[in-house]
Structure formats: C-alpha cells, structure tokens
Design a binder for this molecule. Structure first.
Ligand SMILES: NC(=O)c1ccc[n+]([C@@H]2O[C@H](COP(=O)([O-])OP(=O)(O)OC[C@H]3O[C@@H](n4cnc5c(N)ncnc54)[C@H](OP(=O)(O)O)[C@@H]3O)[C@@H](O)[C@H]2O)c1
Length: 268
C-alpha cells in the first residue's frame, strides 16, 4: 500500500546532475507525475535535465545550483526550495567517495565526504522534517549504501559517513513513527555512475560489471520502496544475501573480505 502520492507535488532531489539522482528525477516526473526541484553544483547539467523532463512530461522543474559542502549551502537550498511551493518530499541523494590507500588521501577529501554524506544530509533532514511537521505530511528519503553496514577498507571515511547517515535515519524514523511523515533509506551496492569512474573504483570493478546496477533500475527500486514507506530498502538479491552474511559472520571476517575485494589494484 502506498504511503506517499507524489502527483503534482513538489519533491527536492539532491545530486540530480548525474547518476542515481538524475534517474530518480526522471522516474518521479515520468511515472509519479511529480514536480521537481533538482539541485547540484553543475547547473548546466541541471538545466539540460529540466528541459528534457519538461519536454517529455507534464510536470514543472525548478533548478537550484548549490554546493552542499559550503557552510551556507544547506540553508540556501532549503530557503529557495520552500519559495517554489509546498514541498512534499526530499531525497538526499548527493554523495561523494574517496577510493584508495588512506596514506595517499588528503584530509580535505575526507572532510568533504563527511560534510556532504553526513552533515548536509543531517541538516537537510532536520530542516525538512520540521517543515513537514508543520505541513502535517511529507516524505524524507536518505540514500545511504550497503557500505552503511560494512566497514569498507580503502573507502573507510565513505563507509563511516554512510554508517552515520543510516543510523541517524533509522533513529529519526523511530522518533517520528506516529507523525505520519515517511522516513526511509535506500542502501544500494554498486551502481554504474560517475562515482565509480571519478573515484577510480572502475579500475577494480568495471563500471559495466554485472555487480553495478543500472542507475535507472536502482532509481525505480528506490522510489517504489519510498512510496511504500519501507524503512531500509536494499536492491538486488546478491546485495540482500551479502547483508544476511554480514549480520551472521564475525565483523573481523566481514572487514577482511571487504578489504580483499577493494584492495587497490597496484597493491596486488
Ligand atoms: N554508485 C555507487 O556505486 C553507489 C553505491 C551505493 C550508494 N551510492 C550513493 O548513491 C548516491 C548517488 O551517487 P551516484 O552514484 O549517483 O554518484 P554521482 O553520479 O557521482 O552523483 C553524485 C551527485 O552528487 C552531486 N554532488 C557532489 N558533490 C556535491 C556538492 N558538494 N554539493 C552538491 N551536490 C554535490 C553531484 O553533482 P555536482 O557534481 O554537479 O555537484 C552529482 O549530482 C550517493 O549518495 C552515493 O553515496 C552510490
């Protein structure tokens, strides 16, 4: 049974200039008839997406260019979004990783990951939750990752940021159980997006590998689960099976196996 109905309602999608966020925006417009506020830093890409969506669907799209790592970024997005119209949903999708040996990483890389994957998600969640409480309805979807359940060597800060985001979302959901506001998370494993190529993860597992889900398929699964108000949705049989073993194996083994899978190629 659907707990959310996006038809003609305004939904904010962060990180909509590429990958999963772009496909979530396309899906929401095409199949859910939602109006969209799409946001990211690359405004040109957002404008192209707005044009494409408005040409193909009878929905409205507004663009907000913002860097969510900037101290005023989150408030800038919130203030501009609520000016557009009553907001019904927010999908915190924007995210960033660093893949490689920790000694080669700069602390700035890690700060950016924490600021985008956790701090911005936390602040946007709290701002919109307050707003939804006043409106008496709304839905919040935080895109986490399977790395929210598995410490991933060579992406250690990324997986820590996703653990934090997952834990925050789960606890917030429980606190708001009786409010009628939907709070959900979507925890995918690999998706064939820019994140894989930009981080260099594709040198380990190619973007086209069967282990990377197509972003349109992931987007469909994310929105279907969100509509049902699922607490945590993990797409794909292998990913569900992996999580099953993660929960029964000793943590030491789980991390050892993850380290073996993700060890950067030059070290082999
Ligand atoms: N790909 C995977 O294998 C995978 C697996 C599990 C979970 N996820 C999660 O899925 C979500 C989407 O990732 P993706 O795979 O679609 O990656 P992607 O294609 O790299 O997209 C990331 C999005 O985040 C935006 N973004 C990055 N830095 C930003 C900043 N400082 N301020 C505002 N927006 C920013 C990017 O837009 P601009 O560059 O234009 O700002 C882009 O639209 C992330 O939360 C990620 O952790 C991905």
């Amino acid at each position: 049974m659907s707990k959310l109905n996006f038809k003609n309602k305004w939904v904010v999608v962060t990180g909509a200039s590429s990958g999963l966020g772009k496909e979530i925006a396309r899906y929401l417009a095409k199949y859910e008839k939602a109006n969209l506020i799409i946001t990211a830093r690359r405004v040109k890409k957002l404008e192209q997406l707005k044009k494409e969506i408005e040409q193909n669907n009878n929905t409205k799209v507004e663009v907000v260019g913002v860097d969510l790592i900037e101290p005023k970024g989150v408030n800038f997005l919130f203030d501009n979004a609520i000016k557009v119209g009553p907001i019904y949903g927010i999908i915190n999708n924007a995210g960033l990783t660093y893949y490689g040996k920790t000694e080669k990483a700069k602390i700035e890389n890690y700060n950016q990951i924490v600021n985008l994957n956790f701090n911005a998600v936390m602040k946007l969640s709290l701002l919109f939750l307050d707003y939804f409480r006043n409106m008496g309805q709304g839905g919040l979807l935080n895109i986490t990752s399977e790395a929210a359940f598995i410490p991933i060597p060579y992406q250690n800060v990324y997986s820590a940021s996703k653990h934090a985001s997952q834990s925050f979302t789960d606890a917030l959901r429980e606190e708001n159980r009786k409010t009628g506001i939907v709070i959900s998370s979507f925890a995918p494993s690999g998706i064939a997006t820019e994140m894989i190529t930009k981080s260099g993860l594709d040198k380990k597992i190619s973007k086209d590998s069967i282990f990377n889900m197509k972003p349109d398929k992931a987007a469909k699964k994310a929105i279907k689960a969100f509509k049902r108000g699922k607490s945590i949705s993990v797409p794909g049989f292998i990913n569900k099976l992996t999580l099953f073993f993660v929960h029964i194996f000793p943590r030491k083994w789980v991390v050892r196996i993850a380290g073996f899978i993700y060890i950067p190629p030059e070290k082999k």
